[in-house]
Design a protein around this ligand. Structure first.
Ligand code: URA
Length: 207
């Protein structure tokens, strides 16, 4: 099954590479950037969804390998996980110029690819990191609450239905938040601990 999932993910990757209709395609090519599709275990129980690649990610073609990635790695380590245990991807697969927010048109274009990645990997826990990923899960998972923002929903496990079964959505602050809100570091570490408990006990975490 692992090989089948890996080859399905490779097919998604090939399509995104060739996505010349993307408003971000010319920027990618001009700057010799790569699309950043996602990486990790095709059988992961847990999938992290960020916003969009930054410069280091676009240069390497790998998600979360810049400063925010180092923070994510350390938070994962804190709950006994390596990157290779999980699957990490983004809502938007190409770097927006100057790290601006992704535009609605861009999110719409890449959304079906992210949804395919979810259906292939079939994670039992989906972790939207920040508001763009939270918006995505709201639009795509039946039963995901319409209420609240990352500020109110972080660290809460919301049970929802996916076409392949029951999933817990656990919204978390984007790891980059600690670069301008140091006071949130402890909150983020606590949220990760809840995530660790959820995975180990397979029970929804209580806030
Ligand atoms: N921030 C994101 O949202 N995704 C990345 O891949 C890197 C930084």
């Amino acid at each position: 099954m692992q090989d089948e999932r890996a080859s399905q993910l490779a097919a998604v990757e090939a399509e995104i590479r060739a996505l010349s209709e993307s408003p971000l395609y010319d920027y990618r090519v001009t700057n010799h950037y790569h699309p950043v599709i996602g990486e990790g275990n095709p059988n992961a129980e847990i999938m992290f969804i960020g916003e969009a690649p930054g410069e280091v990610e676009a240069k390497t073609g790998r998600p979360f390998v810049g400063p925010a990635g180092r923070m994510l790695d350390s938070l994962l380590k804190g709950i006994g996980l390596e990157r290779s245990d999980v699957y990490i991807t983004n809502v938007v697969k190409d770097r927006p110029p100057d790290n601006r927010d992704p535009r609605v048109k861009e999110v719409r274009l890449y959304a079906p690819f992210l949804w395919r990645q979810i259906e292939i990997v079939q994670p039992r826990v989906v972790v939207p990191l920040g508001r763009h990923a939270l918006d995505f899960v709201r639009k795509h998972f039946e039963g995901m609450t319409e209420e609240g923002s990352i500020t109110t929903l972080h660290g809460v496990a919301v049970p929802v239905e996916a076409p392949y079964g029951r999933v817990f959505i656990v919204p978390l602050f984007h790891p980059a938040v600690v670069f301008y809100r140091e006071d949130l570091k402890e909150t983020i570490e606590n949220d990760f601990r809840l995530l660790g408990e959820l995975i180990n006990n397979r029970q929804p975490a209580e806030k």
